[in-house]
Design a protein around this ligand. Structure first.
Ligand code: FAD
Ligand code: SF4
Length: 473
């Protein structure tokens, strides 16, 4: 079979290289092997320029994928990088961790014609790495300084994307975060085997070099109030994510019988960064591990446990493979690494001896027929309960917003505790306070946090300019 690109015919299968499962299990480095220039160009040349950019439509940032693929294929990586960075403040990060199978690559028309999708994410990450290595990443140098200041709560991707765009416009930007490092879930949530930490740090460094101030170890609502921040800054952007873990409600669950997923992942990330020691509680070496949940967080936990040297790792999820919320790609990676999946298994009770957990009792579930227009439900199969032995049980059941926002009586929230904003303006019910990212959408994706951070920055810019003009008049 041949494909046409730029008037020439090329024959090239999809090629995305990963380390072997055996090698992966030995460490926390990224599993994707960066493509050589030749491979990246060949992969980019697989784009048929089909005329209707479904990939671009499926990308939350509306990245101009066909153009930067064409430029990459034509050996113009610097120009391709320029195009990629017009719509995204962190292409090399999204290229690594977007669930491309559900976004750009899932929409690639090559899928329909029997060829696998272009490796869009891999080319995007490669472009970013080339740009950093060759000094093509432009520093933030505003054309003119502006006097107004913006306080950003949260140094995750939404806050970082907003800070990047606002500082580039000349605003004085201060980012507050309760952690000791910037990056949000990019640094302490997502494991190094998906995203190595130096990739995040160089983005943070660029913001610092560009004049963004970071105030770390500062929790809004505890160390400083929102009212104080509003006094300090012309505008405040709330981008503090969602961190309240959903808790398993099952007999036998005591306060210390399970490990919270984010605590587990944060501890390993801190160890990778040299900040923490083994503490027993967060270590899986030689132990039988059961992770409850089927999202990206659960996948990160099972794969972390493999790397820690667990004796066995089981993922217990109440629905089936087709209905799990996590990325299909990550399930395949986990399976390759030896994780056992118990699909259609719902936790029913925790088993223990004294205060030591010994296992999970689960109900076998089955899917019901779907009512018209509705998702198939699940019901237990009578008499089919089963036990999984465990030394550690990790709960990865998702996150809700923390009560921080609830302490601000005039800040309007939705029923689920997320912050209510104007759908285009990102303005909250408090004058001069905007919000973006997971704090608004609920637990979502990095690419959406970046998109909202960028869009909120544009709205803040508009708001400040309009207000300035009003005051001046
Ligand atoms: P966050 O990244 O959560 O950042 C919020 C920041 O606010 C944090 O640094 C926090 O410390 C700070 N903060 C919170 N409250 C306060 C306060 N009161 N005062 C000061 N600071 C505060 N998405 C993907 O696209 N791909 C993936 O592979 C992926 N994997 C994931 C794995 C895990 C384990 C988790 C939990 C999520 C994953 N996600 C993934 C989702 C993604 O990480 C989030 O959607 C994204 O980080 C949200 O960005 P954000 O900036 O809104 O919030
Ligand atoms: Fe694909 Fe994500 Fe990059 Fe968009 S940002 S092109 S969805 S990898």
């Amino acid at each position: 079979k041949t494909l046409k690109q730029g008037g020439t015919f090329v024959v090239e299968p999809r090629r995305l290289s990963k380390a072997t499962a055996e090698l992966r299990a030995r460490g926390f480095g990224e599993i994707t092997i960066p493509p050589s220039t030749e491979t990246a160009e060949k992969q980019a040349s697989r784009c048929t320029d089909c005329g209707v950019p479904f990939c671009q439509n499926a990308c939350p940032l509306q990245n101009n994928i066909p153009d930067w693929l064409r430029l990459s294929a034509e050996n113009e990586p610097r120009e391709a990088w320029r195009v990629a960075s017009l719509t995204s403040t962190m292409p090399e990060i999204c290229g690594r961790i977007c669930p491309q199978d559900r976004l750009c690559e899932g929409a690639c028309t090559l899928n329909q014609s029997g060829w696998d999708a272009v490796t869009i994410g891999s080319v995007e990450a490669w472009l970013g790495d080339q740009a950093f290595a060759n000094g093509w990443v432009e520093p933030i140098r505003p054309a003119a300084e502006r006097g107004e200041s913006v306080g950003v709560v949260g140094a995750g991707p939404a806050g970082m994307a907003a800070a990047d765009r606002l500082r580039s416009e000349g605003y004085q930007v201060t980012v507050y975060d309760r952690h000791d490092r910037a990056g949000g879930l990019l640094i302490y949530g997502i494991p190094g085997f998906k995203l190595e930490k130096h990739v995040v740090q160089r983005r943070v460094d660029r913001l610092i070099d560009g004049g963004v101030q970071f105030v770390l170890g500062c929790e809004i609502g505890k160390d400083v109030t929102l009212a104080e921040l509003r006094e300090r800054h012309d505008v405040v952007l709330l981008a503090m994510g969602v961190y309240q873990p959903r808790i398993l409600s099952a007999p036998g669950r005591g306060p210390d019988s399970t490990v919270a997923a984010l605590s587990y992942l944060t501890h390993q990330n801190r160890r990778d960064l040299g900040d923490a020691e083994e503490d027993g509680w967060h270590e899986a070496r030689g132990k039988r591990v059961v992770v409850i949940g089927g999202g990206d967080t659960a996948m990160d936990c099972v794969r972390t446990a493999v790397r820690q040297g667990a004796a066995s790792v089981t993922c217990l999820y109440r629905r089936d493979r087709e209905n799990m919320p996590g990325s299909a790609r990550e399930v395949v990676n986990a399976e390759e690494e030896g994780v056992v999946f118990e699909w259609l298994g719902a936790p029913k009770a925790l088993l223990s001896q004294g205060d030591r957990v010994t296992g999970v009792r689960a109900a076998r579930m089955q899917l019901t027929e779907a009512a018209p227009g509705q998702r198939r439900d699940i019901v237990p199969v009578p008499g089919a309960d089963f036990d999984i032995p465990a030394d550690i049980v990790i709960e990865a059941l998702g996150f809700s917003p923390e009560p921080f926002a609830a302490h601000e009586p005039d800040l309007r929230l939705r029923d689920d505790g997320t912050i209510k904003v104007g759908s285009v303006s990102f303005a909250t019910s408090l004058p001069g306070v905007f919000a973006a990212g997971d704090a608004v959408r609920g637990a979502s994706l990095v690419v959406w946090a970046v998109r909202e951070g960028q869009d909120a920055a544009a709205e803040i810019d508009r708001y400040l300019k309009t207000r300035t003009e009003e005051v001046a008049a």
